[in-house]
Design a protein. Structure first.
Length: 525
């Protein structure tokens, strides 16, 4: 067999859940062609599927060295090292990614731009736009637009047809955020289509989402063009992609222009970089008009937080602290964000907090054995003992929400904040402290906390972040007041009837412009 044939065989094995066999096949391919960069990339993907992020990073390092101008190779490398909490070459690797991105021609479409790798790392808005543009052009290559459809004013009594496209209509963060909204859409004014290309996990959340859908359309077996054709056949007016540049996305289906108005929302914290997306739905905090130049879409603002919530999502009683590995007398500081969001400056801030609060334990979501070992070594390097860091293993969504109640305060990550992670903490009545940055991924928690009435917990730099954490740590009364406010479900964050009306009004504004023959334009709150 040729290396190319072996790669194809390995990719099939990986996609059918046989990643270990895929690794063996790829090693055979490398024996035949030791410098084949595509084979190394496939090997990295297979190792990631096995949870071997450190080994995956080493596989990605070879193509990054062989082809330093490859944004894709550099992006996969730096994201894998972040998932493994390996910061030994982070500065050099990030610099290589930024250099490769800057060197790409403005109209390049030869490789995926890796915008998601930038999300968790220091970046500028312009860099995220450039990466997203490269990714969208690459994903959309070869796709042809359907015949144009002219938007028309709605007839009296005619409903606006709104479609949502996602692979995440199951036990997933997106579904958990959206389900209450879907149940509260006003069916007298909007007709909702859900286009699902993800798995049916049999979960209660999947069933609830399906029941909330007026039209449930499973497009899993369709390719991009066929997905677009189905959307066009359904006569959708406003089509909303919920994935953006995240795993399993079919954003590129919208390159066929199946709907007269197309928008991006919720799944990816930033511009899509796609010329075929008209609007980016945000709010005055995550997408201020001052950031418009760094978005390929027009900004469409909801008046409050852009992120919906589920009022039914409440924590049950937490397990005893001892069962979670926590001390009963500790001040428990939660970090439930994924390990790839931890950067050295953030870790330094947390170590500062632990040094100033000797009674505190940092409760970090586990990143796997290798990542956890590196974080523990970084703890020791700060002069702190093992008992100051406790890892929380992966559990299902309901068990995770329940255990959050055991913490005293949540420490948000930056430059990429917690998104659903922040909402989960608030749903459990747990106050969160965040640091707001200058790019969408680092402004999400500020938006959520402001809507929850906890704007005092939004900090502007690392020093004020540490001070705010320490101040709240020493003020049990203020923490309890914040808990009480959250458990009372502040209407500014949890009123999904109002949220649904505001979102529907935004869709109608988009359609009104199109039906009047006007081009998309910024729609401000």
């Amino acid at each position: 067999m040729t290396p190319a044939t072996l790669r194809q065989q390995a990719e099939h094995l990986r996609h059918t859940g046989r990643a270990a066999e895929a690794v063996d096949v790829l090693l055979q391919a490398l024996a035949l062609a030791p410098t084949d960069t595509d084979t190394y990339l496939q090997l990295g993907f297979a190792l990631q599927a096995l949870g071997l992020d450190s080994q995956a990073a080493e596989a990605f390092r070879t193509p990054a060295l062989l082809n330093p101008g490859s944004v894709m190779a550099q992006g996969y490398l730096v994201h894998a090292t972040q998932k493994a909490a390996d910061w030994t070459q982070l500065n050099a690797d990030l610099a290589a990614l930024r250099t490769a991105l800057a060197a790409k021609p403005a109209d390049a479409d030869d490789e995926f731009g890796m915008p998601f790798a930038l999300v968790g790392l220091p970046h500028t808005r312009a860099e995220l736009r450039r990466a997203s543009e490269l990714a969208s052009r690459h994903l959309a290559r070869g796709l042809k637009a359907l015949p144009a459809v002219t938007a028309q004013p709605l007839a009296p009594g005619q409903r606006l047809r709104v479609g949502y496209l996602s692979a995440d209509f199951h036990a997933h963060a997106t579904a958990a955020l959206m389900v209450d909204l879907l149940e509260r859409h006003d069916r007298s004014t909007v007709e909702v289509f859900l286009y699902s290309h993800g798995p049916d996990d049999g979960s209660a959340l999947r069933q609830r989402v399906q029941q909330a859908a007026e039209h449930w359309v499973d497009v899993t077996a369709l390719d991009l063009a066929a997905t677009a054709a189905r959307i066009r056949a359904d006569g959708v007016h406003v089509m909303v992609d919920l994935k953006g540049h995240t795993a399993g996305s079919r954003l590129a289906a919208l390159a066929c222009r199946p709907a007269p108005v197309q928008a991006s929302w919720l799944g990816f914290p930033g511009t899509s970089g796609a010329t075929f997306i008209d609007y980016l739905i945000g709010d005055p905090i995550v997408t201020p008009l001052a950031h418009a130049a760094d978005c390929t879409e027009h900004i469409a603002q909801l008046p409050h937080c852009y992120q919906p919530q589920d009022r039914q999502r409440r924590a049950t009683a937490a397990p005893p602290r001892a069962a979670l590995g926590l001390r009963d007398d500790a001040l428990v500081l939660l970090s439930a964000n994924a390990v790839y969001k931890i950067t050295p400056p953030l870790w330094a801030a947390w170590m500062d907090v632990l040094c100033r609060l000797p009674q505190a334990q940092l409760w970090q979501l586990s990143g796997g054995d290798a990542a956890d070992a590196r974080l523990r070594a970084a703890l020791h390097a700060a002069g702190l003992s093992d008992d100051r860091l406790v890892f929380a293993p992966p559990v299902d969504m309901d068990a995770h929400l329940a255990r959050l109640v055991a913490a005293d305060l949540a420490l948000d990550s930056w430059p990429c904040n917690g998104h659903t992670t922040t909402s989960d903490a608030l749903a459990a009545g747990l106050p969160v402290v965040t640091c707001m940055t200058d790019s969408f991924p680092g402004r999400v928690a500020a938006s959520i906390l402001t809507a929850a009435g906890l704007g005092a917990n939004v900090c502007q730099d690392a020093a004020s972040y540490v001070e705010r954490v320490c101040a709240l740590a020493g003020n049990a009364t203020e923490r309890q007041q914040q808990r009480n406010r959250l458990l009372a479900r502040p209407a500014s964050l949890y009123d999904m009837d109002r949220f649904a009306r505001e979102l529907e009004a935004l869709y109608h504004r988009m359609w009104a412009r199109a039906a009047a023959g006007q081009p998309p334009a910024a729609l401000l709150a």
